[in-house]
Design a protein around this ligand. Structure first.
Ligand code: 13P
Length: 340
């Protein structure tokens, strides 16, 4: 097994998964502003400090995705975040894309910036100890406007494949994230159709660019209905999601992880549990949540020293629920065991 393949396997190993802590400056500021907290670098640093210093996170996470600025920051005591994570035996990777932009060719759709400068930005993070990187593309569904277009999906998957090839050449595991966005009023069936097409074209592009899929992690959305529609039963989400994975993902892939994509923590956890229950996929399937793990931690913390402990307790609870779900052992009743 190559070293990239073995790192990919470590990142998805049971009963753990990956924490997404790579919110861009803009996204993190938005979450802070929602609860009237200051949108500055030190508030973002203290928030990440709260997450990474939570005692016991290593029981539930193999790896963390970081935003560039976070990889260069330290705790109040001057210990670099990278050292905090490595002391806990947690691997780290970096969000290396430079966020979404409007697709100049197709109004209403998105492309991802950063491919032109990718090669030159990788060595800094490799030297600091990153073992993987992440690239996010977003696919928009809009039935009225007939989106997504084939051309936009093809452009995005080709960029993902070029990115993956360059990252493997630089000696790191690429995490490819083609997120089918939850925004809109589309049905679960539409989400399944678009996710299937996107993943099918993605793996064709990866093959065309000669990417070793055993040394790669797919970060995908679950197949859920648009946020403007009634929630589908977790069993239906799980059936559609597992069907799409079976139909599109090569069996020798390094691993598959899910984003939470705007689902509530309980929904994302329950859906993951039902996906795990179905079982039978020939590779590890686990979480790489941001919002479903720590979106609600921000208001509990509220940037108050006396709230650090309860906020960390809630964060740890969410990770524990995720780990149980990853094993198919989550029930909603377990949520009531946690009280602030
Ligand atoms: P969510 O779990 O909030 O969707 O975030 C995952 C992620 O990494 C988005 O790029």
């Amino acid at each position: 097994m190559s070293s990239l393949q073995s790192i990919a396997k470590q990142l998805v190993a049971s009963p753990r998964g990956i924490l997404a802590g790579d919110e861009s400056k803009k996204t993190m500021n938005k979450r802070l502003a929602q609860v009237c907290l200051s949108e500055d670098e030190d508030t973002r640093r203290r928030y990440r400090q709260l997450l990474f210093t939570t005692p016991g996170i290593e029981e539930y996470i193999n790896g963390v995705i970081l935003y560039e600025q976070t990889a260069r920051q330290s705790t109040d005591d001057g210990v670099s975040f990278l050292d905090v994570l490595s002391e806990k035996g947690i691997l780290w990777g970096i969000k290396i894309d430079q966020s979404l932009a409007d697709d100049p060719a197709f109004p209403g759709e998105k492309v991802t910036n950063g491919l032109d400068t990718l090669r030159e930005r990788l060595p800094e993070f490799k030297q600091l100890g990153a073992v993987f990187t992440k690239w996010r593309a977003a696919i928009t569904i809009d039935d009225e406007k007939n989106l997504p277009t084939d051309a936009n999906i093809e452009r995005n998957v080709d960029d993902l494949a070029q990115y993956a090839k360059i990252v493997q050449e630089a000696g790191m595991v690429p995490m490819v994230e083609p997120e089918v966005l939850i925004a809109g009023k589309h049905s679960l069936a539409k989400s399944e159709e678009v996710t299937k097409k996107t993943l099918f074209l993605l793996f064709e592009a990866l093959k065309r660019h000669e990417v070793d899929v055993a040394g790669l992690i797919l970060k995908t959305s679950m197949v859920v209905a648009g946020e403007g529609c009634p929630d589908a039963a977790p069993e239906s989400v799980a059936e559609a999601t597992v069907r799409v994975l079976r139909e599109t993902v090569p069996e020798d892939i390094g691993g598959v992880v899910f984003l939470s994509g705007g689902q509530t923590p309980e929904e994302a956890t329950d859906n993951l549990d039902k996906i795990s229950d179905k079982g039978g996929l020939p590779y590890d399937v686990t979480y790489s949540f941001s919002r479903a793990f720590h979106g609600p931690v921000v208001p509990v913390w509220g940037d108050k020293e006396e709230n650090v402990e309860p906020a960390q307790a809630y964060f740890l609870h969410r990770l524990k629920m995720g780990s149980l779900a990853r094993e198919g052992n989550y029930t909603k009743e377990l949520e009531t065991e946690f009280t602030q």
